[in-house]
Ligand binder design. Structure first.
Ligand code: AMP
Length: 511
């Protein structure tokens, strides 16, 4: 059987799951029994890369040889806060390549579990990921020979796994996903037939558990410096303090205070933090999360009181201050999943089996329509607004939040007399100002004859369920085809780099 797996490729942790034809989903554990694989890669000197819990532990001993939080830089060249590339033993690793090592580990776990090769997967991404980040995620899979059937939005997967689609009641769901590196809020409609439709998304790509660890670490630094030590004096002490900061944070989700001994300059110093003090430390983040949630509701034209379920997802949503925030915002207690860390992968696995056509037609899941995703960013074209000044702006054709698949058309006019050609440029982003949008592609069309100024041009834009974007332009008067292009899922790596990465990755074994 050609199994299709669901993968939650997270910023801090990743999970792989599989749904059998009867609709039963299982999270696949590694040989060590771990179901959650830290998205951390350790490069031992002269050895194969190590992914997961063992790699996370090496972050303390050899921080320079360990890569983490690389999903934050997906679609870019680097992910390090200072903008420097991650280089080890003379090789620079892009976020895409590092992600492919994590994927390799997850696929290996699945192959060991089933005792046969696994070639196809659905991978989830934050709803607000734009085209370049989605392309990079797909490319990370392709680098290890994985056929990525679909890129699915994480909150959609979570709602799907949580069974919100077969709750039998239409309603409005707010998925609050606060992970290790990112914050993502999504508003979804649940139809009477169980169809899920995303109606609004918002978030912050650089807000999550790692920031809370950083704030606790800074407190630790102060405590140690008062005692005459310096936590940052060597990378080992610093990395050890970071690990302890995370422990303290997690403990404060269930206890009122937490204490840890930290070592600085060879002497132990006690560090204590109360839950109230912690909430004071993360005040700015609490405020930001509250503001983003309200803004997303407002943008989706949904009143907080209309939310029927608040679903908490992601490890950091265990922090009680966020429960209070959500309860206050929406006027109802949030819902927690028993499998908070596994829901996204579970949802991806369910959809994988559904799309793969291997679901038993009598199973409950077979009756439910697959979730409807939306365009997370607006798509538009560049138009000339002032010929004299040469001013151009972005004219939106498909607004953000539109359910996909979608096809829209818009008519524009030529800007100059005797125009022979047009240049159709596609942009991603909500802003009219071209400085704040990303150009995804362009194509030149030629008229059958020179046309006068103000001649109509019809632009058709479609966004498929597979999240492929196609643009076509026609002469608005006689309907002649002018040009078309499809946005290539361009990876950040050149073909040559991809080839090199592929053959390199084929030669390394991931531990
Ligand atoms: P995720 O990216 O969803 O796997 O979330 C991982 C993040 O959740 C990390 O920053 C963890 O430190 C954090 N986390 C996990 N458990 C807890 C907890 N009990 N309290 C607070 N944060 C937690």
């Amino acid at each position: 059987m050609d199994r299709i797996i669901g993968i939650d490729l997270g910023t801090t942790n990743s999970v792989v799951a599989f749904t059998d034809p009867n609709g039963v989903t299982e999270v696949i554990a590694g040989k060590d029994g771990d179901r959650i694989v830290p998205s951390v890669v350790y490069f031992p000197q002269g050895g194969d890369p190590v992914v997961g819990t063992a790699a996370k532990q090496y972050a303390v001993v050899e921080p320079d040889r360990v890569a983490k939080l690389f999903k934050r830089g997906m679609g870019e060249r680097t992910f390090q806060p200072d903008g420097s590339p991650f280089t080890v033993d003379g090789k620079t690793w892009s976020p895409e390549e590092l992600s492919s090592l994590v994927l390799r580990k997850l696929v290996q776990m699945a192959e060991e579990h089933f005792g046969e090769p696994v070639r196809r997967a659905i991978i989830t991404v934050p709803a607000y990921f734009g085209e370049p980040e989605r392309a990079a995620t797909r490319s990370a899979g392709e680098l290890i020979g994985l056929d990525v059937l679909r890129i699915l939005n994480e909150p959609t997967a979570a709602a799907f796994a949580h069974g919100l689609e077969h709750a039998g009641q239409p309603g409005r769901v707010l998925v609050f996903d606060l992970g290790g590196g990112t914050f993502d809020v999504t508003i979804m409609d649940v139809g009477a037939d169980g169809a899920l439709e995303v109606v609004g998304t918002g978030g912050d790509r650089r807000l999550g558990g790692a920031d809370f660890d950083q704030l606790i670490y800074e407190q630790m630094e102060q405590t140690v410096s008062k005692a005459g030590g310096n936590l940052a004096a060597d990378p080992w002490t610093k990395a050890d303090a970071y690990a302890k900061a995370e422990e303290v944070k997690k403990e404060l989700s269930s206890l009122d205070s937490s204490t840890r001994p930290i070592t600085a300059g060879g002497r132990p110093v006690m560090f204590s933090l109360s839950r109230a003090e912690f909430e004071g430390l993360i005040k700015q983040q609490l405020q930001a999360v509250g503001d983003i949630t309200l803004y997303t509701l407002e943008n989706a034209d949904v009143a907080p009181a209309d939310i029927t379920t608040v679903l908490m997802v992601g490890g950091s949503s265990r922090i009680p201050a966020f429960h209070t925030l959500l309860a206050d915002t929406c006027g109802r207690e949030p819902t927690f999943s028993r499998n908070l860390d596994e829901d996204v992968a579970r949802g991806a696995a369910v959809l994988a089996t559904k799309l793969g056509g291997e679901l038993n037609p009598r199973s409950q899941l077979a009756a439910i329509p697959p979730p409807v995703d939306t365009a997370s960013h607006a798509l538009g074209v560049t138009v000339l607004v002032d010929e004299r000044l040469g001013t151009e702006r972005n004219s939106i054709v498909i607004p953000a939040g539109t359910a996909i698949p979608v096809s829209r058309e818009e008519t524009y006019q030529t800007a100059a007399a005797n125009q022979k050609q047009i240049n159709v440029r596609l942009n991603e982003g909500d802003d009219e100002d071209l400085e704040f949008v990303r150009e995804l592609g362009s194509s030149i069309g030629t008229f059958t004859r020179p046309v006068p100024k103000g001649h109509p041009i019809r632009v058709e834009m479609s966004y498929t369920a597979d999240q492929l974007i196609r643009v076509k332009a026609f002469d608005g008067q006689d309907g002649t085809f002018l040009c078309e292009f499809e946005v290539e899922r361009k990876s950040n790596l050149s073909d040559l780099e991809k080839k090199a990465a592929r053959s390199f990755l084929a030669s390394v074994d991931v531990k």
